[in-house]
Design a protein around this ligand. Structure first.
Ligand code: 6GU
Length: 245
């Protein structure tokens, strides 16, 4: 087996959290079959003193601790690819970042040879090292996690399933959903009646055009009700992919 062509390196104070959920299911199977590689590196290994200090109090005062730029820079330097290799983008997971999207997932899956992910803890990371290393700051949503590790796992799951050979045909269909800015229509399987609830008749009709039209209408209704923001994007001229799922 050849070396994986897509590699993720996670810089974290909690390397034992990895692979965690990424060792299971689709991403875990892809790890085992060498479609990608994952390495977790302990930022503390790059502390410069005998107490292995990684953080300090914020200039200007305030609560919490901030990761030191020299320690974080040394960790990044140690994992950055050798000169000549195609450099991997550096992503810093932080609630202050730009919101992560399916378009980002597709870009990370197709454009580079992997990612270096920097997980913040405490109140944050000294801004100078983020600037100096040109890190892209990304958030996974409008809520606060206690660290970037779970966010890194979420991001990696979304990217890895898009790598060549990872998804089967069954999973591929669902990706359309966020590319067309429509939520998925509802799904049903046997039994046709369960606890007095019947599956919509059209799905039992065998009439493929009617089924496609019903699914499209349901996708639109659910998107309008739950996500007016996505609905607006779907209807805007920028949304080119409006074909039925
Ligand atoms: Cl990337 N990190 C943390 N700590 N909290 C978050 C987040 C990231 N995205 C949303 N909340």
């Amino acid at each position: 087996m050849t070396a994986p062509s897509w590699r993720a390196t996670v810089l974290t104070l909690f390397p034992e959290m990895f692979p965690g959920p990424l060792g299971h299911s689709l991403a875990g199977r892809a790890l085992e079959t060498g479609r990608w590689a994952l390495e977790a590196v302990n930022i503390r290994d790059f502390a410069q003193d005998r107490h292995r200090t990684v953080d300090d109090t914020p200039f200007g005062g305030g609560a919490g601790m901030v990761l030191r730029p020299d320690v974080v820079d040394a960790a990044i330097g140690a994992v950055a690819d050798a000169h000549g290799a195609s450099p991997r983008p550096l992503v810093c997971l932080t609630p202050r970042g730009r919101p992560f999207s399916q378009a980002d997932a597709r870009r990370f899956a197709t454009e580079g040879s992997g990612l270096i992910l920097l997980c913040g803890r405490y109140e944050g990371i000294d801004q100078r090292v983020i600037e100096a290393r040109g890190a892209e700051e990304i958030s996974i949503g409008d809520y606060v996690l206690s660290g970037g590790e779970l966010a890194a796992m979420v991001l990696l799951d979304a990217v890895v399933r898009l790598l060549p050979g990872v998804m089967g045909a069954a999973e591929s269909a669902t990706e359309e959903s966020f590319s067309t800015n429509l939520l998925e229509y509802p799904h049903y399987t046997r039994p046709a009646e369960w606890q007095g609830r019947r599956v919509p008749d059209v799905l039992l009709s065998g009439h493929h055009a009617a089924i496609a039209a019903w699914r499209q209408a349901e996708a639109e209704r659910i998107t309008r009700e739950r996500r007016p923001d996505l609905w607006a994007a779907h209807r805007s001229p920028h949304c080119v992919a409006q074909a039925a799922p």
